[in-house]
Design a protein around this ligand. Structure first.
Ligand SMILES: Nc1ncnc2c1ncn2[C@@H]1O[C@H](COP(=O)(O)OP(=O)(O)OP(=O)(O)O)[C@@H](O)[C@H]1O
Ligand SMILES: [Mg+2]
Length: 247
């Protein structure tokens, strides 16, 4: 199963969500996970490098791929339960190639005008890619929401902007919390630094709603059902060296 976390707005939390969802799926849903970093800034590759320093953390693999990555993704999908693609903050070939094969596309947006201005263009990109991949389920998710009660209306207004387009918007959101930033530094997830914290709950809720499953057990069962016959018992559970492909 391929999950793309993308969008053209920089800093909206794509890498952060991709990484946290990867940990949730690996740790709580027992999935073998491959992350694909399409961003020359290498945010996710650096995070994996930090993560690999601590062998007690659930193994997540990572490769860097750029450009026409459609066939590479299809091939990785044969060997891992989940392939999570972190595309950088722009509309590029890798983003469209990923959308042509992804089962799910998640597009984070902050409840800010400049982020919301990108919705129209992303709607065009999704509509184009769905001509090739009509089964893809694309969703917006509102991230880094303000905690102040006086600003709650901003979150609902942001969702309303998304709803004026055909793309689904998740009920679940992330609030602005230091734990997202704090966990990244050591290659960890909010689930690993504070399993019962509010941020961990947000990640679980986003992953479950995105995949339309009730909980980790249901996600695990779904992944079992879709496990490719080509996967050996241990395939994908190994901690790999970083590999760099230029396509
Ligand atoms: N919910 C949140 N609360 C607080 N900080 C957050 C939250 N989500 C993300 N961040 C922080 O915002 C910054 C940008 O996040 P991230 O790198 O994931 O964005 P991005 O969309 O991948 O950016 P780029 O377009 O450059 O790839 C990071 O420092 C991250 O820790
Ligand atoms: Mg990023």
């Amino acid at each position: 199963m391929i999950i793309l976390v993308g969008g053209e707005k920089g800093g909206s939390g794509k890498s952060c969500l991709a990484q946290n969802i990867a940990v949730y799926l690996a740790k709580e849903c027992q999935a073998s996970v491959m992350m694909v970093d399409c961003d020359p800034q290498r945010t996710t590759s650096d995070w994996i490098q930090a993560r690999n320093q601590d062998s007690s953390l659930a193994a997540i693999n990572c490769v860097q791929l750029y450009g026409k990555i459609r066939n590479d993704l299809l091939s990785l999908e044969q060997h891992y339960d989940v392939v999570i693609v972190d595309c950088g903050g722009q509309d590029n070939l890798a983003l469209r190639a990923s959308m042509s094969v992804a089962a799910y596309t998640l597009m984070p947006l902050r409840p800010k005008r400049r982020d919301l201005k990108t919705v129209s263009h992303m709607d065009d990109v999704v509509t184009t890619c769905m001509m090739i991949n009509p089964k893809m389920r694309a969703s917006f998710v509102i991230t880094q929401c303000p905690n102040l009660p006086s600003q709650v209306s901003r979150i609902e207004e942001a969702k309303e902007v998304c709803r004026t387009y055909d793309i689904h918007v998740l009920d679940a959101v992330t609030y602005s919390r230091n734990s997202y930033d704090d966990s990244e530094e050591s290659g960890r997830s909010v689930i690993e630094i504070e399993p019962d914290g509010k941020a961990a709950g947000e990640i679980r809720a986003i992953a479950c709603e995105l995949l339309q499953q009730q909980d980790a057990a249901a996600i695990s069962a779904m992944l079992q059902q879709h496990r490719p016959m080509t996967m050996g018992a241990n395939y994908g559970s190994r901690r790999s060296e970083e590999v760099r492909y230029a396509v």
